[in-house]
Design a protein around this ligand. Structure first.
Ligand SMILES: [Zn+2]
Length: 645
């Protein structure tokens, strides 16, 4: 008998002895990091509210109770009873019964009302019908990503259970080594931005953190074939942890499955969905530009199938000697500071991922409070000694002034923006400014992936800033549903109508004017001297956005024609619109924010690795943290290995 088998038998005996005599345990299984207890008495379980909590703390495991399939009532009867228990206002849109696991997935507009106070309604459901309810939110704005991911996971349910069981056995395997060490190897994003990737290794375990792309980089992107990484074979990686969905962290996660990896990916639920959206778009862009993409959409599906979503604050076993906990990073939807507890009190490492230290309109500021941390791996995008950002309130005033001036001239405001994060931030500024009369009411057109990304944001209000979350919970106050917002979904004809029409605001991808519908908007509106092009995000060297910012006003029509319309001929487009740059809307902490993150961190780490910034930023930040706080700091290069213990 294998040791995992033995372990499960022991657990079954222990659980049985902890339970009252009239509650039976029919089997005990691992599903990913969770321990699933099947019982023929689910109703009795539900009657004793804190039984599960007590078991979980006694066994130090995450526990799920499921009914033994033999005792389940028929779905049709159960449906009626469940609907009788849930208040009508919850807005249930779908019930989906899975007899193999005894679970019923309830999709509702107001999940909180299905859950009830401290889960009371959920327990009521199980008490009545025996089924184990699981609740998901009906997106307030229809999202094709969310519905595609959900229906795909439903369709792959059987295979997913096999995956979870296999992962569960991996996590709970017996520890083999008496050695004790912790090492981190840098596979990318050191003294550069892009291709974020690291390996944490212990004698038992190897964990890959992030796997991002960097277009045009020299060397492997990232250095996955280093001996510490896939060099020893993809099966030797225990788990992949993804801090957030931006492509410089996530783009090459699907590639791992092409290389033969078939283990779990841990991230938050919104990160999973955004990763799906952004990596599929990444393949799309590659195809349009005539490049061979590094993998196919099939591997994106594999990645989603292997994702085990975790919520902020869940302490989760991901290997025999490693526990992972995600905390809010304040950067984009679902972004997570990832804390690793290694061994039993042996060592603790936190990866910041990308962070924003202060609150923004969208998110609470990054969490920097941990039970223990010896080493911090810290992003340094704006770590340079002069990298201070404009105060957010000043930036907002500036944006409103530009909008007002353009409106008075009868022109249109065109804002190139990234679909995820900055767009929603700008939408919130505009919505509030219109509501309070700071700017006149006018249509705000959203083009490219912005609408879809916004829909994903409204699906996961728990991940947004407190007061924004509360507003979304009240439908009539959801700012993203304001009537000014219009989704451009009818293509070129609609753009032409908007361009010929009244003053308005247009938010469109791509954020650096490197393709996407923004090219078409430039074609339509570029020649109008009364209109304004407003940059609200960083424009990288070599992009059309940067060239326009630097004063380029004759754009080859071949560039504007990238959308297959307007242009295509020879010649140039005269850019007569005003060009403005409004700084200060950033998803990253500036130099002060990064220092404050470390200064107020509890506990203060012993060592900090400054990564994810150019050479100057990482070295500046590294030496400042050393001088100011007497911490041992490093600005590593790629392919270095640090031994911490
Ligand atoms: Zn990012």
């Amino acid at each position: 008998m294998s040791t995992v088998e033995q372990q499960l038998d022991d657990l079954k005996a222990e659980i049985t002895s902890e339970l009252p005599n009239d509650i039976s345990v029919s089997s005990v299984k691992y599903e990913g990091p969770e321990l699933v207890v099947y019982t023929r008495d689910p109703k009795k379980f539900a009657q004793q509210g804190d039984l599960v909590r007590k078991l979980a703390s006694k066994l130090r495991k995450r526990i799920t109770i499921r009914p033994d399939p033999s005792v389940l009532s028929r779905p049709n009867e159960a449906r009626e009873e469940i609907m009788g228990v849930i208040p009508d206002e919850a807005g249930v849109t779908d019930l989906d019964f899975h007899a193999d696991t005894g679970e019923v997935v309830i999709e509702a507009e107001k999940p909180g009302m299905v859950i009830g106070r401290h889960g009371s309604t959920l327990r009521e459901i199980t008490k009545n019908v025996g089924w184990t309810p699981e609740v998901v939110r009906t997106p307030p704005i229809e999202s094709s990503t969310v519905s595609n991911v959900r229906s795909f996971l439903k369709q792959e349910r059987d295979e997913r259970r096999d995956i979870l069981e296999k992962v569960g056995r991996q996590i709970h395997r017996e520890e083999m080594s008496d050695d004790e060490y912790v090492r981190i190897t840098t596979l990318g994003c050191c003294r550069e931005v892009g291709r974020a990737s690291f390996i944490i290794s212990t004698p038992e375990t190897r964990i890959l953190v992030d796997c991002g792309d960097k277009p045009g980089a020299e060397g492997e992107v990232p250095y996955l074939h280093a001996p510490e990484a896939l060099g020893a074979g993809p099966q030797t990686i225990d788990a992949v942890v993804l801090t957030h969905a931006h492509l410089d962290h996530s783009a090459l996660i699907p590639l791992l499955f092409k290389y033969g990896y078939d283990g779990p990916i841990y991230c938050t639920e919104p990160t999973r969905d955004l990763m799906g959206l952004l990596t599929l778009d990444y393949l799309d862009v590659a195809a349009k530009e005539g490049r061979t993409p590094p993998y196919e959409s099939e591997q994106v599906r594999e990645a989603i199938k292997h994702t085990i979503p975790l919520e902020y604050g869940d302490v989760t076993d991901i290997a025999p000697d490693v526990k992972l906990t995600f905390h809010n990073a304040g950067h984009i939807l679902g972004s997570a500071v990832s804390h690793f507890h290694i061994g039993d009190g042996l060592y603790n490492v936190a990866f910041s991922g990308d962070i924003h230290y202060d609150d923004t309109r969208l998110f609470n500021g990054a969490v920097n409070d941990f039970p223990r941390v010896e080493t911090l791996v810290l992003e340094s995008t704006y770590g340079g000694r002069n990298d201070y950002q404009t105060d957010q309130a000043d930036s907002e005033e500036h944006l409103k002034k530009v909008i007002n001036e353009t409106y008075e001239k009868g022109g249109k405001v065109v804002i190139p923006a990234f679909a995820v994060g900055r767009s929603q931030e700008i939408m919130l500024v505009i919505e509030e400014a219109m509501r309070s009369g700071d700017i006149p009411e006018m249509p705000v057109h959203l083009d490219g992936m912005i609408w879809e990304a916004t829909a994903i944001h409204t699906t996961y209000p728990e991940y947004l800033r407190d007061d924004l979350r509360d507003r979304i919970f009240h439908d009539d106050e959801n700012p993203f549903l304001a009537e000014e917002f219009n989704h451009i979904d009818a293509g070129e004809e609609e753009r032409q109508d908007v361009a010929d029409g009244e003053p308005c605001i247009i938010l469109s991808t791509s954020g650096m004017v490197t393709g996407g519908p923004i090219m078409s908007w430039l074609g339509h509106i570029g020649p109008d001297p009364d209109s304004t092009l407003v940059f609200v995000g960083y424009q990288a060297q070599g992009t059309l956005g940067r060239r326009i910012q630097n004063g380029w006003d004759e754009i080859p029509t071949s560039e504007v024609g990238a959308m297959g319309n307007n242009g295509g001929g020879r010649g140039t487009l005269s850019l007569n619109m005003d060009v403005e740059t409004v700084d200060g809307f950033s998803g990253h902490a500036d130099r002060a924010g990064l220092e404050n993150f470390v200064k107020t961190m509890n506990p203060r780490p012993e060592k900090v690795l400054c990564v994810h910034g150019d050479e100057r930023s990482t070295q500046d930040l590294s030496s400042a943290l050393y001088h100011d706080y007497n911490i041992r700091t490093f600005a590593p290069k790629n392919l270095e290995t640090f031994r911490f213990l």
